[in-house]
Design a protein around this ligand. Structure first.
Ligand SMILES: [Zn+2]
Ligand SMILES: [Zn+2]
Length: 588
């Protein structure tokens, strides 16, 4: 008997494949189909995209319950990230978050919480003497108390915790809508500072996509990309019976913000916020989910009527900077400033108009005086002022594109909810994306036939339209904007165009932003800075994460306790501030 026959005899008799594994021999379909084995058989990169973590909508499900398409609601496995820099935090964060609301009602009489390893009076030395176990236990209590206070108000924060104050103060000044291309001509003071800065002279930053105000303020205040913090636009549709709504209130965040982290981890560290737009005060309000407000807030309602634009209610830059100066009297370690004039005038008159140029010149003068005064303050010798923008700007030279009307003409209106948002438009299917594969393809093709639509990208794969080829993550892996709140089809304008309903208030703006052409922003660091590296690839998320590091604070955490993958986080920009902490933060 030959060897081949021997081998065959030893094998069990082959049985027919079960029906679900059988496929017609002449099938031209891809190997992966229907509901089974998602992503298996595809390249590693495609599988990673498919299985990436998308945080659930807050409020739709109770904490620690996640929705599974096939099996309904299942218990969330405990997945608490371990952070090298602060291992104790991950172990208690989850428990503390759930206790937070209950603790809000506890009486507060100004007494200190149980101190970490002893009284703050003999702070450092005493703490070193306690055993590791005691220290860990103390830390749990301190963090739980701090988190509990974050859920109430910032001013309830206990004082006297022995966190070392190693950070120099940081001011982050966001000139709303200042495109890097418009700085040189009209802003001589900022241009000089930009070119002569010891840190990354002339550095351009990249705003988060979509290049909208809320998206980028959220990114700067968290150090993570929109896919994680969940502010994916100024507006969105929650896929419910309710119509689309504004996005960007504090309760919309899926992660902590810098103010929340400061309140939880370093209560004595004082923070401040001075904003020209009222909505940004709401972005950093306290919430039941645990968001803390800054210690001191200045918003347009604090401005005299002469310091407010009557049409928009925005404060003028002069009034906002005067407000910020007042807040600095309280000695904050961090202040976030939003200057609204450039954005407001560029929308109304166009970014290249005489009005916009004059506004930039005025903002330049006021900002230069502010920077000079702040850096001359006693506590600011080592402090850093970062001047940047939330997004750039483009002149709108063509009539607005009304995507709703466009889909109506194509007989597709009933299938979709359209949410225009400046340079992008989110198109949500009323069915599941899987069931709507064909109608989504039709909508995409109709959109691409429209003059002024540069790109039309799917949130998830479309098996009727080249699978992964037109996915946002596939075409723009650097955007990190795919979240359940992102449209199933994301339309992007070419320069000169904008999306708006023809009866909407945005339809007649002379300038707008949102598309990739409006993501070029200046990043100017002044004061206590050193030379930087990788200066040509700075993202808004990098600036946000670095600010946390400069203040000696840990990274933000997800509110549902889930992990934040390194690719969803900004990197640390070396040299942006001189404190030891900032240079000790690991770069992913
Ligand atoms: Zn803006
Ligand atoms: Zn704007």
């Amino acid at each position: 008997m030959d060897a081949q026959a021997l081998r065959l005899r030893g094998r069990t008799r082959p049985r027919p494949l079960p029906p679900y594994r059988r496929a017609p021999a002449d099938s031209a379909r891809p190997r992966i189909e229907g509901d089974g084995l998602l992503g298996v058989g595809h390249a590693l990169e495609a599988r990673r995209r498919h299985l990436r973590l998308v945080p659930p909508l807050s409020g739709t499900d109770p904490p620690r319950v996640r929705r599974d398409r096939r099996r309904g609601r299942i218990r969330h496995r405990r997945r608490v990230p371990v952070r090298r820099r602060d291992p104790a935090r991950s172990a208690v964060a989850h428990r503390a978050l759930s206790r937070r609301r209950a603790s809000c009602t506890a009486p507060r009489d100004g007494r200190r919480p149980p101190a970490v390893g002893g009284d703050a009076a003999d702070g450092g030395a005493r703490q070193d003497a306690v055993s590791g176990a005691n220290r860990a236990a103390g830390l749990l209590v301190a963090i739980a108390v701090a988190l509990a206070c974050a859920g109430c108000t910032r001013r309830d924060a206990p004082t006297g915790t022995p966190y070392a104050r190693v950070a120099a103060p940081v001011a982050l000044v966001v000139v709303d809508g200042l495109d890097a291309r418009d700085v040189a001509g009209d802003m001589p003071e900022l241009t000089r500072a930009w070119r002569e800065s010891a840190w990354c002279p002339g550095a351009h930053g990249r705003a988060a996509m979509p290049a909208r105000t809320n998206v980028n303020h959220a990114t700067l205040a968290t150090g993570v990309y929109p896919e994680m913090h969940g502010i994916t636009g100024n507006v969105f549709w929650a896929r419910t019976a309710d119509p689309p709504r504004k996005l960007g209130a504090a309760a919309d965040f899926l992660t902590e913000t810098v103010f929340t982290v400061a309140a939880a981890h370093d209560p004595p560290l004082r923070t401040a916020l001075a904003v020209g737009k009222p909505k940004l005060e709401l972005m950093f309000a306290a919430t039941a989910a645990g968001h803390a407000v800054p210690d001191d807030v200045w918003s347009p309602k604090d401005a005299p009527s002469s310091g407010r634009d009557a049409a928009t209610g925005y404060a003028t830059d002069a009034a906002t900077l005067a407000g910020a100066r007042r807040l600095l009297e309280n000695g904050p370690a961090f202040v976030l400033v939003n200057l609204a004039d450039v954005d407001r005038v560029s929308h109304a008159a166009g970014p290249h108009s005489g009005e916009a140029q004059a506004t930039r010149r005025a903002t330049d003068r006021e900002l230069a005086a502010f920077v000079h005064d702040v850096l001359a303050r006693p506590g600011w010798r080592e402090g850093t002022i970062v001047v940047t923008a939330d997004h750039g700007f483009d002149a709108t030279t063509h009539p607005a594109i009304d995507v709703g009307a466009m889909l109506r003409d194509a007989g597709l209106a009933d299938a979709f909810v359209v949410v225009p948002d400046g340079g992008v438009a989110h198109v949500y299917t009323r069915e599941t994306p899987r069931a709507a594969a064909t109608t989504l393809k039709a909508a995409r093709q109709r959109a691409l036939a429209q003059e002024g639509v540069a790109e039309a990208l799917y949130r998830a794969f479309n098996r009727e339209d080249d699978w992964y080829d037109h996915m946002i993550d596939h075409v723009h892996p650097d955007w990190h904007v795919v979240n359940v709140r992102t449209g199933d089809l994301l339309l992007v304008t070419a320069p000169g165009y904008t999306f708006a309903a023809s009866d909407g208030e945005d339809a007649h703006l002379r300038g707008n932003h949102g598309a990739p052409a409006e993501t070029d922003v200046p990043v100017v660091a002044l004061g206590g800075v050193a030379s930087g590296d990788h200066c040509d690839e700075i993202h808004a998320a990098d600036v946000g994460r670095t600010v946390l590091g400069c203040l000696g604070l840990p990274d933000v955490a997800r509110l549902d306790g889930g992990p934040i993958p390194p690719q969803s986080q900004g990197r640390v920009l070396r040299g942006l501030c001189k404190t030891a902490i900032a240079t000790a933060v690991p770069t992913p």
